[in-house]
Design a protein around this ligand. Structure first.
Ligand SMILES: [Zn+2]
Length: 300
């Protein structure tokens, strides 16, 4: 059993015993691992003067998915945990966009699967630095949904905090994509009656997951894969796997593996709204405008 040594809300010891070092797995879980610290942590958020290389022009991307008028939109303020449409799987990635997200999108597109990205404004990176990555995901037909601005636990938050966490990310997605997302995954899976009430007011459907890869918990890629393989006798598990594109091993190994696993089992990997039988794109977004040109407000 490896000891926790920090993270959001952690009040215990932040040091490790001899021979171990404190590894920041993510902002809510730091764990004592054997050996010496190595510089593998995500780099800090950089200023907008050092933008990453831009993605090739969107003219080379696949066309937008064809809208479907079929389906019934689900209910704002309700909590959902699994798919309902037979033969579907909704692969989900949280905590991006980050360094690895763009290549993951390429892998998903090559596998001809759709996924859903629950994005944050500022965590590992700043959303405005990865605007082209989000645009690529959106233009490829993946669903973009909210994971709050700063990865806040909304379960005990007051309405003012919730409102700020939601609307600040909405502002970014309006600028970058011209949409307002209608789905939220609460950070830490944190829900409460008051939180769901706020989500109803703010017009969000709330989803957690029904298969946790535990990539966030430093589970090996092989151990995460075993969770899928354990579904052997359940040919239609209607799963919504939880994974994190902000983690390199997930973006480069586990994510593409899940896509191929779904394809090989004959499951259709679709966006969250599609696996819920919702109309596309009406169940996913409000269209609130056109993408805006980058200006001085695109900062975190
Ligand atoms: Zn998260």
């Amino acid at each position: 059993m490896l000891a926790q040594c920090g993270g959001s809300g952690w009040t215990g010891s932040t040091s490790c015993v001899s021979g171990y070092f404190c590894s920041v797995l993510n902002d809510w879980y730091h764990q004592c691992l054997p050996g010496q610290a190595t510089p593998t942590l995500p780099p800090p958020v950089q200023s907008s003067t050092s933008l990453p290389p831009t993605i090739p022009s969107s003219t080379t991307l696949a066309p937008l998915p064809q809208p479907s008028v079929n389906g019934t939109e689900l209910i704002f303020g309700n909590l959902y945990t699994g798919c309902t449409v037979a033969g579907t799987i909704a692969i989900t990635f949280d905590d991006g966009p980050f360094t690895w997200t763009s290549a993951l999108i390429d892998s998903l597109n090559t596998a001809k699967v759709k996924a859903t990205f629950f994005v944050v404004g500022r965590m590992y990176g700043c959303i405005y630095q990865y605007a082209d990555v989000i645009k690529k995901a959106y233009d490829s037909g993946h669903q973009i949904a909210s994971h709050t601005w700063s990865h806040a636990n909304l379960s005990g938050a007051n309405s003012g905090t919730i409102n700020t966490e939601i609307t600040r990310l909405e502002t970014a997605l309006k600028k970058i994509l011209g949409i307002r997302p209608k789905w939220l995954r609460p950070p830490y899976g944190g829900t409460s009656a008051s939180m769901l009430s706020n989500m109803r007011t703010l017009r969000y459907k709330v989803v957690t997951w029904n298969l946790d890869t535990e990539d966030w918990n430093n589970l090996s890629v092989q151990s995460s894969q075993a969770k899928f393989n354990a579904l052997n006798n359940n040919r239609d598990p209607k799963i919504i796997p939880l994974a994190h594109d902000a983690l390199q091993s997930t973006a480069q190994q586990l994510g593409p593996w899940i896509a191929n696993w779904a394809n090989q089992r004959g499951l259709k990997a679709v966006t969250l709204s599609e696996c819920m039988g919702e109309p596309i794109p009406g169940g996913q977004y409000d269209i609130v405008g056109q993408p805006e040109p980058r200006d001085g407000t695109w900062t975190c």
